[in-house]
Design a protein around this ligand. Structure first.
Ligand code: HEM
Length: 439
């Protein structure tokens, strides 16, 4: 039942795989992914941390792998290979490719950061997801639209008269953090603390070190305390909704509600920063597409904005690789044998540029209609926050184009730097210039 496509392309020994995880790769990973899709679509790669994993780059394999119950999200299922051949290969490759940041297997940071939905399997996953879905409803998200619009306008007001801004720090970063704080019910006077803690996580790639670990601890401590206070005084906010959500007599405990709030924040923050950042950058680099969108918005038509945000997710999405998965039994994927315990990383960015699935995949086409991209994942872990992300992405990009119509890049593209980290893809800064405007 679970057998994947019969075609088994293997890299021939004479063709060298491109170097992965260097700074050049971070700036533009797409040529390397095209090579992998063609020559080694399920590729055993040495990651910057020294850990090895299978990289899955074709759309059809990626989609199947994301929905395959034999691939567990539980890091305890990881088993490092110990055979001699593997040891020899790793010592030969361990000197390369360190530029994209040191990221190991999630277990080393999962206790603090990645517990819950993203690293558990059914039946626990099914239960928790059902409970959180009761609180995080499409209606709650839709009701939030005016607040997101207000946030986008307020942030643009804060720099519009200067004629220049760093759109990552002044727009893409604060917008989702304030939005999710509002939704969770974090009081306004505490939201700047969240901004500081989240800023630390963003600057240092969510790793387990010093300041980041302290920020994570503070955030979790705060959320635990807030959940405790909310239990005594339930309101309309999401944390109260999480505490209230019950299912066949089951409830989230206060601790579970706090942890869920944390994962919502964690999963929904840097992703949205990157959607706004990568999306704006793609529009700046494709002036004809941007002009089309600007014209449509001027005419009051938001259809192109909706398809456009989906296309931006496909073209240069925030999540480059889906989170870790581990084989629970020997299996075949894209013609390769995967051993029990092997880590599997689905490369969403590669799958979403697969010419077997997308016409002219390297072209940005905001009106693309046939666009079943994997930017939000697929299967039971499909992004829970997708409706909120769409709302934020459309509000943020639409408002920016309407309010700063002559915005342009203030540096050469080659001078932009991408943040390190294996899973996410996003710019460190995005300096722009425009005609100064009053509110
Ligand atoms: C543009 C923004 C976003 C993108 C591109 C994105 C992408 C993704 C992807 C690819 C996954 C699946 C990962 C995997 O299977 O390995 C995922 C899961 C998830 N996302 Fe998002 N996300 C975004 C925004 C958000 C927001 C705003 C929230 C909530 C506030 C959120 C909450 C979650 C949660 C809780 C999961 C885990 C779901 C589960 O395991 O059942 N995401 N997201």
């Amino acid at each position: 039942m679970h057998d994947y496509s019969a075609e088994v392309p293997q890299s021939s020994p004479s063709v060298q795989a491109p170097e992965l995880f260097t700074w050049a790769f971070a700036a533009d990973p797409y040529p390397a992914y095209a090579w992998l899709r063609e020559h080694s679509p399920v590729h055993w790669a040495a990651l910057p941390s020294g850990v090895n994993a299978w990289l899955v780059t074709r759309y059809a394999d990626a989609r199947q792998a994301l929905a395959d119950p034999r691939l567990s999200k539980n890091p305890a299922r990881h088993r490092e290979r110990t055979d001699d051949e593997e040891r020899a290969r790793r010592s030969a490759t361990s000197k390369s490719a360190h530029a994209k940041g040191k990221v190991g297997i999630p277990g080393e940071r999962s206790a603090e950061l990645m517990t819950h939905l993203l690293n558990i399997d059914p039946p626990d996953h099914t239960r928790l997801r059902r409970l959180v879905s009761k609180a995080f409803t499409p209606r709650r998200v839709a009701e939030f639209a005016p607040r997101v619009q207000e946030l986008a306008d307020r942030l643009i007001d804060s720099f519009a008269n200067r004629g220049e801004a760093d759109l990552i720090h002044e727009y893409a970063f604060p917008l989702p953090i304030y939005a999710i704080c509002d939704m969770l019910g974090v009081p306004a006077e505490d939201q700047d603390d969240f901004r500081d803690w989240a800023g630390m996580m963003l600057r240092h790639g969510g790793g387990p070190r010093g300041g980041v670990a302290r920020s994570v601890k503070k955030m979790r401590g705060y959320l635990a305390d807030l959940s405790h206070r909310k239990r005594a005084d339930l309101g309309d906010d999401l944390i109260s909704g999480l505490i209230r959500a019950g299912d066949h007599g089951e409830h989230l405990t206060e601790g579970e509600a706090a942890a869920m709030a944390f994962i919502l924040l964690f999963a929904g923050f840097e992703t949205t920063v990157n959607l706004i950042g990568n999306g704006t950058y793609a529009l700046l680099r494709n002036p004809d597409q941007r002009a089309r969108l600007q014209q449509a918005l001027d005419a009051g038509d938001t259809t192109l904005l909706a398809t456009g945000v989906e296309e931006l997710l496909r073209y240069d999405g925030p999540v480059e690789l889906a989170t870790w998965r581990f084989a629970t039994e020997p299996m075949t994927l894209g013609g390769r044998r995967i051993a029990t315990g092997d880590p599997v990383l689905v490369v969403l960015a590669a799958a979403d540029r697969d010419p077997e699935r997308f016409r002219d995949p390297d072209t940005l086409d905001l009106s693309r209609n046939d666009n079943p991209h994997l930017g939000y994942g697929h299967g039971i872990h499909y992004c829970l926050g997708a409706p909120l992300a769409r709302l934020e992405g459309q509000a943020a990009l639409g408002t920016l184009l309407r309010r700063l119509p002559d915005m342009r890049l203030a540096v050469e593209p080659a001078d932009l730097r991408w943040r390190g980290g294996l899973i996410m893809r996003g710019l460190r800064t995005l300096p722009v210039e425009f005609t100064p405007r009053q509110k």
